[in-house]
Design a protein. Structure first.
Length: 79
């Protein structure tokens, strides 16, 4: 009886340790995903800022690029 009790306690301890490790790994993964998401948002803001600056500095070129991109998109998707 005592041996069975020790065996059960050992198994419970192992399962508990495994559960703790899994939770720690999940938390670590969530932190990394969150950090990458924040970096992507910062990159997006930087790109928008760069695009705004370009349009302010060269409005006619920006308009020409937009028209060319729209035309190419139209040509690709019209079929």
């Amino acid at each position: 009886m005592a041996e069975t009790k020790r065996s059960i306690e050992t198994n419970v301890d192992r399962l508990s340790q495994s559960a703790h490790e899994a939770v720690d790994k999940a938390a670590s993964y969530a932190e990394r995903v969150s950090a990458k998401g924040e970096r992507l948002m910062e990159m997006q803001e930087d790109w928008f800022d760069t695009a705004r600056e370009y349009v302010r500095e060269k409005p006619l070129q920006a308009l020409g690029i937009a028209l060319a991109a729209g035309y190419l998109l139209h040509m690709i998707t019209r079929r």
